[in-house]
Ligand binder design. Structure first.
Ligand SMILES: Nc1ncnc2c1ncn2[C@@H]1O[C@H](COP(=O)(O)OP(=O)(O)OP(=O)(O)O)[C@@H](O)[C@H]1O
Ligand SMILES: [Mg+2]
Length: 523
């Protein structure tokens, strides 16, 4: 099917010249002037690409871009030769690309074809972003998909490694065959080996029957070895054999099994460094690193944040059936400036929570959680254990340590119960040597990693004091009380602080009421 191009007539001479070139190349074209109804034109022509021939800084151009931005439509701007920096204009206006005039017709046609095909690839794979680093990733995916060579994908957590691995599989001739992901860090050595290679009946105590490994299940398809940098040394030797010989033995098996599996490995630590520290064998490193893709952290491609935010708002407002206008510029600015240690995953989860929780149909700065709005002020609800400042010895110390361990188990239980929510509560540290020690309960997720292992001073009014004999329910109730005190009774904010749904909070408050007594700080 012919690609459709909508050309603006701001620079009539360029528009006419390029229009002829596009028609000659088999594109369907239409033209729109600044006076025309751009919305009607976009709806009528349903273009694959909008080409702005001039007037990029005029309101009409901004209106036209707002109509097609963030969708499957590519946009190309032609800049005056005096315009210094095409990349800056691209970024500021949210264009897919910009080039300086005079635009060579055949180069422009070729560029537009590439931009359209790249956009279609992005729609198909879900990998969003106009940043050159992401465009480079897409080019690599296109190049690497057709072959069967091993691919190593490196990038921090949440940068899209699994998304890219799936895209490689989806674009490959193996697409109709299985795609199997195995997390190499999640299992101890023996289980991982039986997971990857299968086992024969009776090969170990629990092996009551023969089991196929993931490599066998993935035969003729693709296997994703996630967190490959964490693979135990003995398993590395076996993996190396698969990569070299394309065969392996089931655990307890005597005959080799041949497979045709494409291996994609992912890691959120540098595999070269893992090799330097001896965690990964060098022969395995070179076997895995045949083709490599690096996914940059989100903070290194901030120009993609507006696009990601708008797409996620669109996606989640549809999913949760909440009509949503979008985001205020000041709020978007805060998101653009944030460090995003959890990368796209963290941004996506945050947008989902804001779409669900924002009281108006537009995200405002005050709807953004405080630790994003005011970096450095982390959300902490410290639990202080009284008596720790005193000299403690013998039995008393044993008792306190025991209480701390119990408390840790209880809080972990709470964390499990909140697990359906992306921002969980987890005990970061249960210190038992330091005087003045306290148990810190803090939101988990990447945002709190920086504070991991540190002690925090209790924050006065909202400190939760743990006393021996308190049950989990008591700790939970005290924590909720502290959160409500902190937010002056604002339940929505309190729920957000605690990382639980507002409804869960309501239910718990109802339970407390039913038990007799209500929470004092509620207004
Ligand atoms: N470029 C992107 N465009 C759209 N969504 C993205 C992009 N990158 C990541 N995501 C989304 O972010 C989330 C995390 O992505 P993914 O699971 O692929 O990350 P990862 O690098 O494998 O993380 P981890 O190392 O923690 O396993 C997913 O919901 C994914 O859809
Ligand atoms: Mg992953």
């Amino acid at each position: 099917m012919a690609y459709r191009i909508l050309i603006t007539m701001d620079d009539l001479e360029a528009a006419v010249r390029l229009n002829a070139a596009f028609e000659a190349a088999g594109f369907e074209t239409s033209m729109v002037s600044a006076q025309d109804d751009a919305k009607a034109a976009v709806l009528r022509d349903d273009p694959d690409l909008v080409l702005l021939t001039g007037g990029l800084h005029e309101p009409a151009a901004a209106r036209l871009l707002a109509l097609v931005r963030d969708g499957r439509v590519a946009t190309l701007g032609l800049l005056e030769p005096t315009e210094a920096d095409p990349a800056a204009v691209t970024h500021r206006m949210g264009l897919t690309a910009a080039i300086a005039k005079p635009a060579d017709p055949s180069d422009t046609v070729a560029l537009c074809r590439r931009l359209i095909e790249r956009k279609q690839l992005q729609e198909r794979t879900g990998i969003l972003g106009d940043h050159p680093a992401i465009q480079e990733v897409l080019i690599k995916i296109e190049q690497m998909a057709p072959v069967s060579s091993t691919v190593l994908i490196e990038g921090e957590s949440g940068t899209g490694k699994e998304l890219v691995a799936r895209a490689i599989h989806e674009l490959s001739p193996r697409r109709a065959r299985p795609f199997i992901a195995v997390n190499c860090a999640a299992l101890p050595e023996t289980l991982l080996e039986s997971e990857l290679f299968g086992h024969e009946k009776g090969s170990f105590t629990d092996a009551v029957e023969r089991r196929l490994g993931r490599f066998e299940i993935a035969d003729t398809g693709t296997i994703l070895l996630d967190e490959v940098g964490e693979m135990p040394p003995a398993t590395q030797v076996k993996l190396l054999r698969v990569l070299e010989e394309r065969e392996f033995f089931r655990v307890g098996g005597a005959s080799p099994i041949k497979v045709d599996v494409r291996v994609v490995a992912a890691t959120n630590r540098s595999l070269r460094e893992a090799m330097a520290t001896g965690d990964i064998r060098s022969d395995l490193y070179y076997r895995l690193n045949v083709l490599a893709i690096y996914l940059p952290p989100l903070r290194e491609r901030r120009s993609d944040i507006p696009l990601l935010v708008r797409r996620f708002i669109h996606e989640f407002s549809k999913l949760h059936d909440r009509p949503f206008r979008g985001i205020e510029p000041a709020a978007l600015q805060i998101l653009v400036d944030s460090p995003w240690p959890g990368n796209v995953r963290q941004l996506r989860n945050l947008v989902e929570s804001m779409v669900v929780l924002a009281p108006t149909s537009e995200i405002r700065p005050e709807d953004i959680p405080r630790e994003i709005r005011e970096p450095g002020r982390e959300r902490l609800l410290p639990v202080r254990v009284p008596g720790m400042a005193r000299e403690v010895a013998g039995q008393e110390l044993t008792y306190i340590v025991q209480s701390l361990l119990d408390l840790r188990l209880q809080v972990e239980d709470l964390r499990r119960r909140l697990e359906d929510h992306p921002q969980r509560v987890e005990v970061i540290e249960v210190p038992h040597e330091a005087p003045d020690a306290e148990v810190v309960v803090s939101p988990s997720g990447m945002a709190s990693r920086a504070g991991e292992g540190q002690l925090r001073p209790p924050r006065g009014r909202d400190a939760v004091v743990y006393e021996a004999g308190m049950s989990m329910a008591d700790v939970e109730r005290a924590t909720i009380e502290a959160a409500l005190a902190e937010t002056r009774g604002n339940r929505r904010k309190a729920a957000e602080m605690l990382g639980i749904g507002e409804r869960t909070l309501y239910r718990k408050l109802k339970e407390y009421e039913a038990e007799g007594g209500s929470i004092s700080s509620l207004t």
